[in-house]
Design a protein around this ligand. Structure first.
Ligand code: 1QQ
Length: 396
């Protein structure tokens, strides 16, 4: 995608959203069929390896909260718009949700790379956005209407380095790989590289790639030649899984840390048996104690026959935040009596003040929209010998 095309599209959609704002001010919220909440995540493209887990979590939340009475008797209704994997797709999805679907708030997009383009559109239209998986530095600072339930790389990523050192205290030499065309990967690698220095380890090489790459022979060879005893990868699922596989095929034997973009069992078919041992920091544990997580975990397990992943738990959490904030608003003035612009603004203000007992634990927000979360974990991928099945084993 050429940047000038993205800019042109951005300018055009901003214009559209300005128009839509003036036309929608007089209409009150259309709640027939449920209060509409927009879900703008990647349902197609490579990024769907991550996005499909968000769809699953959101759908479980919709059913769960509606069975509990929705918003004081009025159900919620999720409206899905596929962002695919790039900025233009996210902008289109946001635009449709804002102007056609007239949602009260948006959960999305999947990538920080997309959020930096799409979130400003919702922000200017005064529609709340909850990032379900945007972990790059700077997301809540996009605007007043942007918050996230996904803890930032600065808090999550260092946990995996500490876990690697616990497993192998002999680690001295670290090779870092990152996708240079992805905002999250660039942000995460900065944190990893800083952590390497803070832990007095030696950064022996930094290798760059693209999220669209499939051949990593030159980077993997250069990385191995630097004789690392720890490899750290910041990329997305398909590229990350392929890089792990090629590092192992070329003979790398040491520990591998994968960043948040590798945090899905959808990488298992990519690196198969060679995924074994990858360490990945987690902002969710299926073992999290708490009633909502128990219900969420049971619902996920009965549908998918495995433990729920972080991205599903975070998507569920985002819906929960909207539902509980809407209930708070509704208890004061019936949601149906507010105009849509009034409701959107009230929703943003109210959600930032709440405290929530969610599958990812007790959370709240800073006034800027950054998540305040207490519990973090590290998991290690354990593959069956045949390489066909595997799981994320949580470290103690
Ligand atoms: C971001 C991420 C992604 C890897 C989540 C799917 O953390 O883009 O911020």
């Amino acid at each position: 995608m050429k940047p000038n095309f993205v800019q042109a599209l951005l300018a055009f959609t901003v214009l559209l959203s300005a128009c839509s704002q003036t036309t929608s001010t007089s209409s009150s919220t259309d709640n027939s069929g449920g209060i509409p909440i927009g879900i703008a995540v990647a349902q197609t493209s490579n990024v769907a390896l991550l996005g499909q887990e968000q769809v699953a979590g959101a759908k479980i939340a919709e059913k769960y909260f509606n069975e509990k009475g929705g918003v004081n008797g009025t159900p919620i209704r999720l409206v899905f718009q596929d962002t695919a994997g790039d900025e233009a797709g996210a902008i289109n999805a946001f635009q449709t949700l804002l102007t056609k679907d007239k949602v009260v708030g948006i959960v999305g997009p999947t990538l920080s790379q997309q959020a930096f383009s799409a979130d400003p559109i919702a922000d200017r239209a005064k529609v709340p956005v909850l990032g379900p998986s945007n972990t790059a530095k700077g997301i809540p600072q996009i605007g007043e209407f942007v918050a996230r339930v996904s803890a930032p790389v600065s808090i999550v990523a260092p946990n995996s380095v500490r876990a690697a050192l616990k497993i192998n205290p002999q680690i001295k030499r670290v090779a870092v790989f990152y996708a240079q065309n992805d905002a999250f990967s660039k942000s995460e690698t900065e944190i990893f590289q800083q952590t390497v220095k803070d832990q007095k380890l030696e950064l022996v090489t930094v290798q760059k790639f693209q999220t669209t790459d499939t051949d990593f022979q030159s980077q993997a060879t250069a990385g191995i030649n630097a004789k690392p005893d720890l490899v750290i990868i910041s990329g997305l699922a398909a590229d990350g899984g392929n890089l792990v596989r090629q590092l192992r095929e070329l003979g790398y034997k040491g520990l591998i840390i994968g960043g948040n973009g590798l945090n899905t069992s959808n990488i298992l078919p990519v690196c198969k048996a060679l995924c074994d041992g990858i360490l990945i920091a987690q902002a969710y544990s299926p073992e999290q104690v708490g009633e909502v997580n128990k219900a969420f975990r049971a619902a996920y397990q009965s549908q998918f026959k495995k433990e729920p992943p972080q991205f599903s738990a975070q998507a569920f959490t985002a819906i929960q935040v909207y539902v509980e904030a809407l209930k708070t608003i509704d208890a004061q003035t019936k949601v149906a009596q507010k105009t849509l612009p009034e409701l959107r603004v009230a929703l943003n203000q109210t959600l930032l003040k709440g405290q929530y007992e969610t599958p990812i634990g007790a959370i709240s927000f800073t006034p800027e929209g950054e998540i305040v979360q207490k519990e973090f974990y590290v998991a290690q991928i354990k593959m069956d010998a045949d390489g066909n099945n595997g799981k994320f084993a949580f470290l103690k």
